[in-house]
Ligand binder design. Structure first.
Ligand code: IPD
Ligand code: CA
Ligand code: CA
Ligand code: CA
Length: 257
């Protein structure tokens, strides 16, 4: 089985899921709280995940799956081939704005990212790529962004971390050209891939960053947990991704000092 075949299949699944999500926006959503009033899940998050898992089980029955909803959110290891799925990233935006949300899929083999897909559903923009492919926006290959320093660019930021200056996020933001808060990890990672933002600081789960990491790798971005250790792909962690120069500046001047 070739990666090319897998790419074609995943793109078809994403288009089908996105079509369903767009149509569903005219229906009444069923919205529930998870850990609190700002942590939501809808019937569409769950149905999208169920659809994607059904396809994976049908085409790749031996593979394992890590996904945000419905009890798929833990996996003992990344051994073998693992699919990491966020059926709707930016659920709050989905509910409140009906835009600025993504479907994200990553394929990892023995812990190494092979393919990543971040699909901005309402813009119909699919950012995808992986080892040996580079990064594409739909059918157009993207150019690697410049290695910009902290004082020269915009940073995607988690609002809570910025406001409370967690890990000096407020000070880091002030040292940049400015911060931006989208409420969607996928949208922030896309902004880095396009060269619009030089980095992203947040508090994320594996399905929030897995697809993005595969694509960031292709463009030489650096990433880790905020303390500089490898991301665990397990619990939620403080997350830093940036251009190599900005990453080093943030580590040396704010985190490790
Ligand atoms: C959330 C979004 C948000 C980030 C949160 C994530 P969800 O994902 O990506 O931007 O700040 O940490 O949990 O729950 O909407 O898929
Ligand atoms: Ca969620
Ligand atoms: Ca998410
Ligand atoms: Ca989600």
């Amino acid at each position: 089985m070739t990666k090319e075949k897998m790419i074609i299949e995943i793109k078809e699944w994403l288009k089908e899921a996105a079509g369903y999500i767009r149509v569903s926006l005219t229906d009444e959503l069923s919205v529930s709280q998870k850990s609190g009033r700002t942590d939501l899940v809808t019937n569409i998050d769950e149905e999208t995940q169920t659809f994607l898992i059904k396809r994976i089980n049908q085409y790749y029955p031996d593979d394992r799956i890590l996904a945000e909803e419905k009890g798929f959110d833990t996996l003992d290891s990344l051994a073998g081939r693992v699919w990491i799925i966020d059926p709707i990233d930016g659920t709050m935006n989905f509910v409140m704005e009906q835009e600025n949300f993504c479907i994200m899929i990553a394929v990892f083999e023995e812990g190494i990212g092979q393919l990543g897909f971040i699909y901005d559903v309402m813009k119909d923009e699919l950012y995808w790529g992986g080892k040996g492919y580079g990064v594409f926006l739909n059918d157009q290959k993207l150019l690697q962004p410049k290695d910009t320093s902290l004082s020269e660019g915009l940073l995607g930021m988690n609002a809570y971390m910025y406001g409370k200056n967690i890990y000096s996020a407020g000070e880091i933001g002030h040292a940049s050209m400015g911060i931006r808060v989208s409420g969607c990890a996928g949208v922030e990672l896309i902004a880095m891939l396009k060269g619009n933002h030089i980095g992203y600081i947040s508090n994320l789960s594996p399905w929030d960053y897995a697809a993005g990491l595969v694509l960031l790798d292709e463009f030489g971005f650096k990433y880790s947990n905020i303390e500089g250790k490898p991301l665990a792909f397990a619990k939620r962690e403080y997350f830093l991704a940036a251009t190599p120069t900005t990453y080093t500046e943030i580590q040396e001047n704010f985190i490790q000092k």
